[in-house]
Design a binder for this molecule. Structure first.
Ligand code: NAD
Length: 366
């Protein structure tokens, strides 16, 4: 079978979009590593590893399997990974293949970058979020002392292999969560792509995932190459995230935790409201994009009693400088503005704006 492989070249590595097994086999044959280690979690070892079709022709694979989930993105899991590498003779010519979502990619990359001052690693992202976001841009790391991604480094992999067929086993909620980053990419940088995105109200019947993934990767590539260390333009990727992170952080300790993308979708509604106030997002665009987001993501009422905590969490965001709360806004759709700030009252208005939209959609509203 002829499989169409698409490639996106970055300064020092390539993203291959297509059959990951086939590309990995070619890559390993070319590179001739001393040993091949593969990091997976309890789900990706079952659902994704078989698709790589490892057989006798390939170098023997040394498997490291860890439990799934953000709670395991810790220094103690890194210790297990480093110990496995040491015990099983990984020298500096070994490679670590990270097969999983953003947790595996961030932590596996971090372990590879720090083991013996750095061994090669390959990212094979298996969630939508990691395929369009976490696996490129070079940010690696772990959570520490309950602070997300507080320990880490910037380092690029030797290759990224994006295979949309992995999405078949992903839960609908995880797919929707990853789609929020695709929406964000269109909103901040590509009005044409946004027009394509907004035709897709339902993710159950996506015929061509590549048509969402490839343009999204191009947008992220352009932004991270222009600003690899997040000094300026890269902050545009933060659209929806200042408020989204605070809502996600708060929800974590409640009986209704939110996936990252679900929180970012709410954050994008609120920050679109701020965009209309500050950077010329038109009322029409605001209505179209909020209708779309509220149609795709479940309603989640933001209770007034939690507003103070949201604001406190926004104040702690590591992207702030000094005591200003930093936002990225849009206006018109496809154009981002960085280093925008908003007052406490304006932020509260944006949270209420989201709640009012929910009320206006509810069947009892009149
Ligand atoms: P995740 O890695 O926890 O994966 C979500 C769940 O899906 C896990 O249970 C996993 O086992 C399962 N899974 C993965 N692939 C599957 C598949 N194909 N079929 C069935 N199940 C599958 O979560 P995520 O959303 O991919 O990533 C979140 C992480 O990414 C966070 O830690 C976040 O900080 C990080 N992140 C990093 C960057 C970056 O630039 N480095 C950007 C965004 C997010």
């Amino acid at each position: 079978m002829l499989i169409f492989m698409e490639k996106i070249h970055l300064d020092d590595y390539t993203i291959h979009i297509g059959d990951a097994g086939e590309t990995l086999h070619e890559f390993l044959q070319e590179r001739r590593y001393s040993k091949v280690f593969l990091l997976a979690d309890q789900h990706t070892v079952l659902h994704c590893l078989p698709k790589l079709k490892f057989n006798e022709e390939l170098p023997k694979l040394d498997l490291i399997v860890i439990p799934a989930g953000e709670i395991h993105k810790t220094i103690s899991t890194c210790e297990l990974i480093w110990a496995h590498l040491l015990k099983n003779g990984a020298d500096r010519k070994a490679v670590l293949i990270n097969l999983g979502g953003g947790v595996i990619g961030d932590m596996g990359g971090f372990c590879a970058r720090t083991y013996k001052r750095g061994i090669d690693f390959v990212q094979i992202p298996t969630t939508l979020l990691s395929q369009v976001d976490a696996s490129i841009g070079g940010k690696l790391g772990i959570d520490f002392a309950s602070v997300k991604n507080s320990i880490g480094v910037f380092c690029n992999p030797q290759a990224v292999l994006v295979d949309p067929s992995f999405l078949q086993t992903l839960s609908p909620a995880e797919r929707r969560s990853g789609f929020a980053e695709i929406i964000k990419h269109g909103l901040i940088a590509d009005a044409h792509q946004w027009e394509h995105i907004r035709t897709q109200q339902n993710l159950e019947n996506v015929a061509d995932w590549k048509s969402f993934i490839v343009p999204s990767l191009h947008i992220k590539k352009n932004v991270v190459e222009a600003d690899p260390f997040e000094k300026g333009l890269r902050k545009a990727l933060n659209f929806g995230h200042t408020i989204g992170h605070a809502i996600e952080g708060h929800a974590l300790d409640t009986d209704r935790p939110l996936l990252h993308g679900e929180a970012v979708a709410i954050g994008m509604v609120c920050e679109a409201f701020l965009s209309a106030k500050k950077t010329g997002l038109s009322e029409r665009e605001l209505r179209i994009l909020t209708d779309f987001l509220l149609g795709m993501y479940d309603a989640y009422e933001l209770e007034e009693k939690n507003f103070a905590h949201y604001l406190e969490l926004m104040g702690n965001d590591k992207k702030n400088e000094g005591d200003q709360i930093n936002f990225a806004t849009i206006g018109p759709i496809g154009v981002a503005h960085i280093n925008q700030t908003a007052s406490r009252d304006e932020i509260i208005d944006s949270l209420r704006f989201y709640n009012d939209l929910l009320k206006s959609m509810s069947p009892t509203a009149h």
